[in-house]
Write a new protein. Structure first.
Length: 116
């Protein structure tokens, strides 16, 4: 599902941001979210000896630490458009139980959507 297939331009934007952060960092996964004020946050997987966060958890953490009042949507980009782990999805649901999580492949094509 691309923008040409009806993906909302704002959703396409977070897919593009997630894809860009993944490419820029060389990470296996990138994520981006849009808060209820329209601001966006992107992040890649964090893998340090003392801190491990999925890309989606890192993006949610960035939003929360910036004072985001809630989330409208999230996007995750990885090679297989695979679903994030349960803890990552739970981080989104903590702020927005109804927010869709778009799952896109490395080319930025949305392959599925995790709905609440």
């Amino acid at each position: 599902m691309s923008q040409a297939d009806g993906l909302d331009p704002e959703d396409q934007k977070i897919v593009t941001l997630a894809r860009a952060v993944r490419a820029r960092t060389g990470a296996a996964e990138g994520a981006a979210i849009r808060d209820t004020d329209g601001r966006t946050y992107s992040a890649a997987t964090v893998s340090l000896p003392s801190l491990k966060l999925s890309a989606l958890q890192a993006a949610v953490a960035a939003a929360v630490s910036s004072g985001a009042p809630g989330l409208e949507a999230a996007a995750v980009v990885n090679a297989e458009a695979g679903a994030p782990d349960d803890a990552s999805v739970a981080a989104v649901r903590d702020l927005a139980p109804a927010a869709p999580v778009l799952l896109a492949d490395a080319a930025g094509e949305v392959r599925s959507v995790l709905a609440p």
